[in-house]
Design a protein around this ligand. Structure first.
Ligand SMILES: Cc1cc2nc3c(=O)[nH]c(=O)nc-3n(C[C@H](O)[C@H](O)[C@H](O)COP(=O)(O)OP(=O)(O)OC[C@H]3O[C@@H](n4cnc5c(N)ncnc54)[C@H](O)[C@@H]3O)c2cc1C
Length: 412
């Protein structure tokens, strides 16, 4: 009977469990989880703050998931070391487990740059986990003034979650625009205007230089008094376990399309990894939930002796704030052309290079965007579809018979 170990208990781990069981019904699976919760849908933590969901509905799988898949779940414990030669892992309490195949699904951790006086701030939080959210909820009151450092996805989702439950929310970021890693200036300006219309204040192009208790001094000299501080500057992939065992990697653990690391019988999946982005032909960390699941599933199948690859990853984000949604995918390589439609409420930007759709940014326009994503993933030559129609209105009819036959097996 094969012994499988999975470190971490997020979406990648759930995919890994399901991948293993799709091939091997008998082997033993042990999951080591630092968090004391069954696998949950991390993006829902802001909806919990907003009181639109509860802990039960945030679960990613049913209560019976671990029992149904015959998983030994070790909660509230961290793996401290992988001994690759001995094929065992050691936990923070000294317990050890031997494995035949191991998958590292350790996700990422908040990154907090050194900031003078941060230790003098009493109420400071990250916003990554259920426990962060429960702790934050304990301290907020309708009179709280909240300062969020970081206008990326996590900081803004936290702002939306807190909206209506606190007196004021100020978000600052060193970048000159909101969501700087996924939106360009024009799209970011539309989103910022919408957030401001909903009562969120911004200090952009500057960040906190110094704290003294509940008082922050910004790099541009502005001063902000607050009651609660949220640190959402960025995240770093949790690579140490595999790297310390001799595994290769840069910002993330390096994995192949089969989710193998450079170490024998050790796989990795999810936010802790770096892998090939087909839209830009580069290797990067793509911290995204669908990718985490698909990588985990791929790893699981391969660990159990099956054969699977995840070889069409692209960065993509579909996210909304106060009812205004944006959807981005792929990349904007140097020298690409741009097709644009824009009015007061919508922006559509499609990026095209070498007869391929390489990426898009859409704000306020969510209709059948999966067709654009499919064009990027499949790297379909635009000359083989009716792109003149597609760029105005994504529709299957314009994809051409050959594409529909190949991808949809003639279903449409
Ligand atoms: C507020 C927020 C909003 C988001 N919104 C979106 C979105 O809209 N769309 C999207 O695609 N993605 C979104 N994401 C990102 C998404 O949640 C992640 O991509 C996904 O959860 C990654 O899954 P994972 O299993 O790789 O890692 P994680 O879910 O981070 O799980 C890793 C687990 O491993 C545990 N762990 C780490 N080290 C050890 C160790 N040594 N021993 C034992 N356990 C360990 C961690 O505690 C953690 O529980 C969002 C994230 C946040 C925080």
């Amino acid at each position: 009977m094969k012994r499988y170990i999975i470190i971490g208990n997020g979406v990648a781990a759930a995919g890994c469990i399901e991948g293993i069981r799709s091939v091997d019904a008998e082997g033993s699976i042990t999951v080591i989880s630092a968090e004391n919760h069954p696998v949950y849908c991390r993006p829902l933590i802001s909806y919990y703050l907003e009181q639109k969901t509860d802990l039960k509905r945030m679960q990613y799988r049913a209560d019976s998931f671990y029992a149904d898949h015959h998983v030994n779940l070790v909660c509230g414990r961290s793996a401290a070391e992988i001994r690759a030669e001995e094929k065992e892992i050691v936990l923070d309490n000294g317990d050890s487990f031997s494995y035949d195949a191991l998958c590292c699904c350790t996700g990422s951790s908040p990154f907090v740059p050194p900031m003078t006086g941060l230790d003098t701030v009493e109420n400071k939080f990250s916003f990554m986990t259920i426990d962060d959210t429960l702790a934050l909820e304990q301290v907020i009151t309708p009179d709280s003034r909240v300062l969020i450092i970081g206008a990326g996805l996590i900081g803004l989702k936290c702002a939306e979650g807190l909206h209506g439950r606190v007196k004021s929310i100020t978000v600052c970021d060193l970048a000159p625009r909101v969501l700087s890693s996924i939106l360009d200036d024009k799209c970011a300006a539309m989103m910022q205007k919408h957030l401001e219309a909903n009562g969120i204040s911004f200090l952009l192009g500057t960040s906190a230089k110094e704290f003294s208790g509940n008082h922050a001094v910004m790099q541009n000299g502005a001063e902000v008094d607050f009651d609660v501080l949220v640190l959402a500057v960025g995240v770093r992939a949790n690579t140490a376990l595999v790297k310390n065992a001799g595994g290769a990697g840069g910002r993330g653990i390096a994995v192949s399309d089969a989710c193998e690391t450079s170490l024998p019988d050790i796989y990795a999946a999810g936010d802790c990894t770096e892998y090939h982005d087909i839209s830009s032909d580069t290797v990067k960390v793509m911290a995204l939930m669908p990718n985490a699941y698909m990588q985990g599933h791929t790893a699981g199948v391969n660990m159990a002796g099956g054969s699977a690859v995840f070889d069409n990853a692209i960065p993509m984000n579909s996210i909304g704030f106060f009812g205004l949604h944006c959807h981005t995918a792929g990349s904007q390589p140097e020298g690409c052309e741009m097709y644009e439609e824009a009015d007061e409420q919508h922006i559509k930007r499609l990026f095209i290079k070498d007869d391929r759709l390489t990426g898009f940014m859409l704000i306020g326009q969510m209709h059948r965007t999966g067709i654009y994503t499919a064009l990027i993933r499949s790297q379909t030559p635009l000359s083989s579809v009716d792109f003149a129609r597609l760029k105005i209105e994504p529709q299957l009819a314009a994809m051409g018979r050959a594409y529909r036959d190949k991808v949809l097996k003639g279903a449409v």
